[in-house]
Design a protein around this ligand. Structure first.
Ligand code: ATP
Length: 228
């Protein structure tokens, strides 16, 4: 597994985030910090902006205002470092259908010399895909495709994980296994920010609640971050 991660004051700080879609604000004046060793759940009903927020944090969405700091400095001045230290898994598995699980993981691990084929095969075995290592992903079930994507977490040494609906299509055992991976990440000083409609059985999660419809021009503050 990966080495313990360095401790820092905060990994990521969002200040006064504002995002408007179709004439209404998804969020305004949204501020929060993500510190090492914490798990944060972004909550809210369908369409409330959870995916949008995660994509903003991952640097994949430019249509917003406010400031994002990475380890205390403006994120846009240190993109290379941010990208090296951040893992984003979107709500779609994001794997290539014509490639096998092993080939998909090889692509995801590209540039990481320490990640050998043996490690990748072990990761796939650990997520229950040992017998499917060499089967094209288009022949896998929805839950199996999700497992391919989540196998990435088994060799992830990025301190910040942004996970959008990571539990979708997983069976009970796989949900428990992913929850354990999240706990491992937090225990070694990493942080997780995730969306999920599944109620995780994890304690002491911070929460960012979205979901109030804000017509353009109305002031509002969206942040509620608290210990469960
Ligand atoms: N590229 C886009 N252009 C315009 N509007 C968008 C775009 N992406 C998302 N939206 C709108 O922004 C709102 C928030 O979408 P988002 O996917 O962030 O919600 P969500 O909370 O993740 O929803 P769900 O729980 O259904 O996954 C929705 O009303 C959606 O229609």
């Amino acid at each position: 597994m990966t080495e313990p991660l360095l401790q820092a004051d905060h990994l990521l700080k969002a200040e006064c985030l504002e995002c408007e879609r179709d004439g209404r604000f998804l969020f305004r004046d949204l501020s929060f910090s993500i510190v090492p060793g914490t798990l944060t759940r972004v909550e809210g009903p369908n369409g409330s902006g959870k995916t949008t927020l995660l994509r903003i944090l991952a640097g994949l969405n430019d249509n917003w205002s406010g400031q994002v700091l990475w380890r205390g400095r403006p994120r846009h001045r240190q993109w290379e470092s941010v990208r090296r230290n951040l893992l984003y898994l979107g709500h779609r598995p994001g794997i290539k259908a014509l490639l096998t699980p092993l080939e998909n993981l090889q692509a995801l691990a590209a540039g990481r010399q320490a990640v050998t084929n043996r490690i990748l095969e072990q990761a796939l075995a650990q997520v229950g895909l040992g017998p499917w290592c060499h089967v094209p992903c288009q022949n896998l079930s929805a839950g199996q495709k999700r497992r391919v994507a989540l196998a990435r977490l088994l060799f992830a040494d990025e301190p910040l994980w942004l996970l959008d609906e990571a539990f979708t299509a997983l069976d009970v055992d796989a949900v428990a296994a992913v929850e354990n991976l999240l706990l491992d990440q937090v225990r070694r000083g990493g942080a997780v920010v995730m969306t999920t409609h599944h109620e995780p059985s994890l304690r002491n999660m911070n929460r960012i609640r979205l979901g109030t419809v804000i017509e353009q021009g109305e002031p509002s503050s969206q942040l509620q971050q608290e210990d469960a």
